[in-house]
Design a protein around this ligand. Structure first.
Ligand code: B1M
Length: 223
């Protein structure tokens, strides 16, 4: 079991999507993230353990990228492998859904194309009984505002992975709060912190998807 988990993490780090994928060259013909995840779940390994292995693999490729030992194409292949895993995990995260507790309008802010973390937040929040309106990546403030207008009472979730796009996050918070001051906003993403969230006027910060669920559930309880 441990070996299977380790292999999945390795596929994420190396960007091995599935058996037919010709990349990376030295793994040609070998099973990839897709097949190994299916095997792991069939063997009774929990989705959380699979996800943890993926996050570890993603962390390793990220560290290589920081050291200039990996480049954008490698990162893209890792992201593609992660998506292959997430296709298997999605039903597990969604199965907790009983009834809709409210709406979360979610998106990665303008200028930022990172969506793996946002997609995880989306799955887990949905799995915990919330309806998620996912606006995608590179979302301009006007698009968030339109969604808030169309979904009265919704909560807004903003994700950012780049320190350079945190300024767009701040702008988005500001524009939403100016027009819809009663709207609750939660922010997250690797460069964020509670302090940064407070500084930009957001109502909450979560370091991970479960933290986002806790925040949303607290808001509901207080309503
Ligand atoms: Co980029 N990238 N990237 N990248 N990339 C980082 C973020 C970076 C840290 C890498 C590095 O230098 N070590 C660095 C940012 C540095 C900085 O600003 N401090 C970086 C850079 C510089 C860039 C480019 C500028 C590179 C270039 O072109 N020179 C470029 C920018 C493109 C753009 O966005 N405009 C770029 C591009 C890319 C790819 C497209 C190749 C690819 C993204 C593919 C995709 O998302 N579809 C990519 C990737 C994969 C990464 C790394 C390796 C992995 C990110 C990831 O998915 N992590 C990353 C390095 C790293 O993190 N080790 C890196 C896994 C994911 C599950 O974690 O997204 O943090 P994360 O989400 C977590 C939490 O943060 C939280 O929950 C999630 C689950 O725990 N969370 C929330 C996230 N959103 C939340 C919202 C919430 C609550 C919690 O409430 C609403």
């Amino acid at each position: 079991m441990d070996e299977l988990i380790e292999k999945i993490g390795n596929c994420i780090e190396r960007g091995k999507v599935d058996k037919t994928s010709p990349y990376p060259n030295d793994m040609k013909g070998m099973e990839g993230a897709d097949e190994l995840t299916a095997q792991a779940l069939a063997a009774g390994i929990g989705p959380d353990a699979v996800l943890q292995a993926c996050n570890n693999g993603m962390k390793r490729i990220g560290e290589k990228f920081s050291r200039n030992e990996a480049f954008i194409p490698e990162l893209l292949m890792s992201a593609k492998s992660m998506n292959a895993v997430m296709a298997h995990l999605k039903p597990f995260f969604q199965s907790g859904s009983v009834k809709t507790k409210g709406k979360l309008v979610l998106g990665t802010v303008a200028g930022d194309l990172h969506d793996i973390g946002k997609n995880l937040v989306s799955m887990v929040v949905e799995g915990n009984g919330w309806e998620v309106i996912d606006l995608g990546v590179d979302v301009k403030p006007a698009k968030f505002i339109q969604a808030v207008k169309e979904n009265p009472g919704c909560i807004v979730g903003l994700s950012a992975l780049l320190t350079t796009t945190m300024v767009n996050m701040s702008k988005t918070v500001n524009e939403i709060k100016t027009l819809y001051p009663e709207t609750n906003i939660i922010v997250g993403g690797a460069p964020l912190s509670m302090q940064a969230a407070e500084k930009m006027g957001a109502d909450g910060y979560a370091p991970d998807p479960q933290g986002a669920v806790t925040f949303l559930n607290h808001l509901n309880a207080a309503r």
